[in-house]
Every structure is written in structure tokens, then in C-alpha cells.
Design a protein around this ligand. Structure first.
Ligand code: ARG
Length: 580
């Protein structure tokens, strides 16, 4: 609706330009907001106040001209000017009801396909395989997954890429250790973290071992088959640990989405050669670097993007340049989104800039670092175990499920064990994911089990419960919210109108999320929707409504709310329950 109104205002402004009321060179950013107080309309724009000065008019006078020039539109029932020159618009409730009726008949709930449709690479999760996945990769995985799901829902062609760290000098150490301990391999490296620590210990303690580890690196890089086989089996096992976490989280990632750093090994000499040909390389203390004017440190010294070490080895940045080129030339991506810790912001700015200079990407391909903040513990410091170690994701998820189990059992002691477990899983995992997704992507946040498992507030349990309330309305009728329902939507009561207006905003919310890569917008929306459904449910009896028309209409509104909540949660990667 807001986009639609923006277009109406746009055409009114164009007419005023033609009439000579407004100068032709204005490029205003037309803002349309949902009105805070519905007594003053449903939408408001401050455009007259913004343009009054350049137009040389009083805001209210300009507002009148704009209102007069607004095209007639079936969605708008009334337009008013208020205060210093706000333009307030009232939604036509009949038109709104027809739109929602149409949404009920549409598998996509009335959300139109995006335009233009794009090919979008989503770089997500991307843990380093030498170690166990830790909480830092939780954010990348679930935020990236939610955004990828929404992009797909809007019709885009989405390619997920798990850019795992599967190459580098630490693998020499791991291989040398694996040779010494073949049993560890048989046990599927059950404790990857412990394995890494033990290998590191050996490396630090024994000169002979360290030498062997370095040899393995050289052999690995030279393509030695024995070493490569060992390396492959290490990665296979390590990736299977990751896959277990993805499956448990309900994240849409599979082995087929893995395209790790090593996939670009053969491209790296060519990357350096191209940078050299383009005159972009400078040698600095033996290392090959790209210096760009835009990147200086606080003392105004140029910052290097190091692409090759003095010993000839390549780096993280080199691989990222190769990945950009691959995504451009092979995948033909229109847009690439990187869900990576905010602390890598400078790396990506520099890598993107260098990639453009070298022609690995053209101007049309959008490269966007979707950085995220740190997950902190209750003390506001990066999340750590009691003894200061990194928190393993599996342990975190285990605890979430256990806590959810206790909570649900307390609320519903009569549930049988199997159902209890199933609910605990959905609530526990959902709570961890939702707590993360509902925070603004770029801010740090404190991980807090009590808050995320609360049945009040903007939490997964609250929303999952709200959904089951809608489902129960239909269960009592021995129907489903997915059935074709008779009648049509009528918007008489204000609780109905508010719920309807919120339902009509679904598409706008998804588009904003797709644009900015911010799942919290959808969380806030679903939370509001659940709240509006509550008021509707209290104020507008459904099953006891006297008129059949009213009852049908309210059931239709309830069904659309239920489907929107379920779809919205699904797009966040959260599994709904029919009862809890
Ligand atoms: N493996 C890296 C890390 O754990 C993240 C990789 C992100 N993706 C990329 N294309 N650089 O920090």
C-alpha cells in the first residue's frame, strides 16, 4: 500500500510540475508512513512540508494542490490535510477486504513476485572446518538462511554457497596428527575441538612433529595424493558434523551447497596474474599487496590488501577475489550477499573494491556485506563457556531443548512423552533462532535463555503459541485453516480493520527484508500481527457470531492470519506446531 501511495503522490507531483506549480528539477524522496493514530487515517505523508521551501509555498497550500492532483484510486476512501501540512489517507475498507479475499485464494498469500527477478548468491554459514562450529557461525547460518528463504519466496533464483574454510596451514598440523592417531578417524573425530587442541599441543611441544606438519602443508599444496586423501577424509567428517547441526536447526543447507576455499585453489595464480597485468600489485616486505586510495589507516597510511605472502602462499583475500570472479563469470549473479561477522567489514570493502578494479566483477553485480554483531553472554562479553572456552553449538542447542522440555512439561503435565519431546524441540530450537533473528542484524546482543524461552514478548514461544490459538479455532470446527472457506471478508469493527491492514502489509515487509537483509523486520511484523489477532479475537467473537456473514468473514480473517503466521515463521526457518 505504501508503495502504491508513493506512486500516486509521484504522479500528483508530476502533474504539478507540468502545471508549473513545482520546479522540474525536484527529485523528492517521498515518504509514506503508517499513521500512528488511526483516527487520523491509515497512512500519512509529509511530502508537502518537504517540498514547501523549494516550491516557495506554504506547506498547507502545497498540500492542497497535491491532494487536488492525486489520481482517484479505489484503495483510498478519503484524503485529509492535517496540522502543518500532513497529508492523511484513509484506506478503503472494501478494497482492502477484496485484496485479502484474493490473498486467501493464493498459495503465496497475495505476495507478488519481485521485479526484476534476480540471480542471487547467498554466502552463509562458512565455518572453518579445522574446528567445531561455534556460536559465531550460528548467526551467519540462520540469518543467511532466513534471507535466502525470503528471496526464494519472492521468486528469485537463489544459490546458497557455504564458503567453508577448508584450506590453510593448520591442515598440515591436523593431517600429521591424524597419521599418528588413525583411531581418531575411525571414531569420526567425535570431538573435533579436542582433536584440534591435541594437534596444536603436539605442534607446540615437538619440533619433529612441527616439521612434519610443515611438510604436509607443502605436500598438500603440491597435490600429493596420500595427503589429499587424508585431507578429504578429514573434511568429510568435519562437514558431516556441520550437516548434523544444519539438520537439527532446520536450515536449508546441504553438502551440495558447499563451495569451500579449496575450490578456488587452481584459480589463485590467475588472480595474481590479472592483478599484476592491471598494475594493481605492489610488493611490500616481500608480500604482494593491492593498495587503494580509499583505504587508509587513522594515520593516513595506505592499508594493504595482501594477496600473496612472501613465501608464495595465498590468503583469505585472494580466495575471496577468486570467489567474486566465479560468482560473476560462472554463476552470472546479479547480487551476492555475504553473511559474515561485522568485524570483517573492512576485508569485504577492500576485497569488493579490488575485485571491481581488476574486473572480477562489473558495476552491475551488487556485492553486499551483510555484517552482523557479536553474540554476547549475560555479562555483555563475547559468549564463552564458564571456563572461558568457545561455546559449541551442539551444547547450546541441547540446553535450549532441555529448558524448553522443562517449561512445556510444567505447563502441560498431561502430554505424553513423545509429544512433549517434539514440542520441546520446536520451542527450544525455535527460541534460539528467533532470539537471534529478532535483533537488528548489525547490533550485538546478549544471549539469554530465560528471555528467549518466555511465553510473553517478542519470542518464539509467544508466536508459536499464537499460531496454535488460530489453529485451535479451526480444530474446534473440525476444519483446517487451509480449507476453502465460504463468504467474504467484511471489515466492520476497528479490530477487524487493524488486523486486515496488518495482513495486507506482508508483502511490503518481505520486500524490505529482501532489500536490506534484515530478518528482524519480519519478526517485528509477526509479533504485531499476533497482537492484533489477540485484540480481534477478544473483541470480535468468531464461532458465536450471530450472523453467518460475520462468522464467515471472521473465519476468513483468522485463516489468513494463521497462514501468514505460519508462512512468516517458516520463512524465518521456524517450525510451527498445531498444538502445544
Ligand atoms: N570462514 C570464515 C570465518 O569463519 C567466513 C567466510 C565467509 N565468506 C567469505 N566469502 N569470506 O571467518
Amino acid at each position: 500500500m505504501k508503495d502504491h501511495i508513493r506512486q500516486l503522490v509521484q504522479s500528483a507531483l508530476a502533474q504539478l510540475v507540468t502545471e508549473g506549480t513545482l520546479p522540474a528539477d525536484l527529485q523528492p524522496n517521498i515518504q509514506v508512513e503508517n499513521a500512528r493514530d488511526r483516527a487520523h487515517g491509515d497512512f500519512a505523508s509529509n511530502i508537502a512540508m518537504m517540498l514547501a521551501k523549494p516550491a516557495g509555498m506554504k506547506p498547507r497550500d502545497l498540500a492542497e494542490k497535491i491532494v487536488a492532483a492525486l489520481p482517484h484510486d479505489a484503495q483510498i476512501s478519503k484524503v485529509e490535510i492535517a496540522g502543518p501540512g500532513f497529508i492523511n489517507l484513509y484506506q478503503n475498507h472494501d478494497a482492502l477486504a477484496r485484496r485479502l479475499d484474493a490473498a486467501l485464494n493464493d498459495a503465496k498469500l497475495g505476495v507478488p513476485a519481485a521485479r526484476p527477478l534476480q540471480k542471487i548468491v547467498v554466502d552463509l554459514s562458512s565455518p572453518n572446518l579445522a574446528k567445531e562450529m561455534h556460536v559465531g557461525h550460528l548467526r551467519s547460518t540462520i540469518i543467511g538462511d532466513a534471507v535466502a528463504r525470503v528471496l526464494e519466496f519472492l521468486g528469485h533464483d537463489v544459490i546458497r554457497q557455504n564458503h567453508v574454510g577448508d584450506w590453510g596451514t593448520q591442515f598440515g598440523m591436523l593431517l600429521a596428527y591424524l597419521e599418528e592417531n588413525p583411531a581418531a578417524q575411525q571414531q569420526g573425530l567425535a570431538d573435533l575441538e579436542g582433536f584440534y587442541r591435541a594437534a596444536k599441543q603436539r605442534f607446540d611441544d615437538s619440533e619433529a612433529f612441527a616439521t612434519r606438519a610443515r611438510e604436509r602443508v607443502v605436500q598438500l599444496q603440491a597435490g600429493d595424493e596420500t595427503c589429499l586423501n587424508l585431507w578429504r577424509s578429514f573434511n568429510t567428517i568435519s562437514l558431516s558434523h556441520c550437516q548434523a547441526v544444519y539438520d537439527r536447526l532446520g536450515v536449508k543447507l546441504s553438502m551440495a551447497d558447499v563451495r569451500g576455499e579449496s575450490a578456488y585453489n587452481d584459480d589463485l595464480p590467475g588472480i595474481i596474474a590479472t592483478l599484476k597485468d592491471k598494475g594493481l600489485l605492489t610488493e611490500d616486505q616481500g608480500a604482494q599487496c593491492v593498495f587503494m586510495d580509499a583505504f587508509k589507516n587513522s594515520e593516513d597510511q595506505p592499508l594493504p590488501l595482501i594477496v600473496q605472502k612472501a613465501d608464495g602462499g595465498y590468503l583469505y583475500a585472494t580466495t575471496d577475489l577468486a570467489a567474486v570472479r566465479y560468482r560473476h563469470t560462472q554463476l552470472k549473479a546479479d547480487r551476492v550477499l555475504y553473511f559474515v561477522d561485522q568485524r570483517q567489514a573492512l576485508h569485504f570493502q577492500m576485497a569488493f573494491a579490488a575485485a571491481r578494479l581488476a574486473g572480477f566483477a562489473d558495476d552491475a553485480m551488487q556485492l553486499e556485506h551483510m555484517g552482523f554483531g557479536t553474540m554476547n553472554g549475560a555479562d555483555g562479553r563475547p559468549f564463552k563457556t564458564r571456563d572461558g572456552g568457545t561455546v559449541k553449538l551442539v551444547d547450546l542447542l541441547d540446553e535450549a531443548e532441555q529448558r524448553a522440555y522443562a517449561l512445556v512439561k510444567e505447563k502441560n503435565p498431561q502430554l505424553d512423552e513423545a509429544e512433549l519431546r517434539q514440542i520441546a524441540r520446536a520451542v527450544g530450537i525455535g527460541a534460539v533462532k528467533y532470539a537471534d533473528l529478532s535483533k537488528h542484524r548489525t547490533s550485538d546482543y546478549s544471549f539469554n535463555f530465560e528471555l528467549m524461552l518466555s511465553f510473553e514478548g517478542n519470542t518464539a514461544p509467544y508466536l508459536l503459541y499464537a499460531y496454535t490459538r488460530v489453529a485451535s479455532v479451526f480444530r474446534r470446527l473440525e476444519q483446517s485453516m487451509d480449507d476453502t472457506l465460504p463468504g467474504q471478508i467484511l471489515l466492520a469493527e476497528s479490530a477487524e480493520q487493524e488486523l486486515a491492514a496488518a495482513l495486507a502489509r506482508f508483502s511490503e515487509v518481505l520486500n524490505a527484508l529482501a532489500d536490506k537483509g534484515t530478518p528482524h523486520i519480519l519478526c517485528t511484523y509477526l509479533y504485531e500481527l499476533a497482537g492484533l489477532f489477540s485484540s480481534f479475537y477478544e473483541n470480535c467473537p468468531i464461532l458465536s457470531a450471530e450472523q453467518a456473514d460475520t462468522r464467515n468473514s471472521r473465519l476468513r480473517l483468522a485463516a489468513l492470519t494463521g497462514r501468514t503466521l505460519r508462512r512468516g515463521l517458516d520463512l524465518l526457518g521456524i517450525h510451527t506446531l498445531e498444538r502445544m
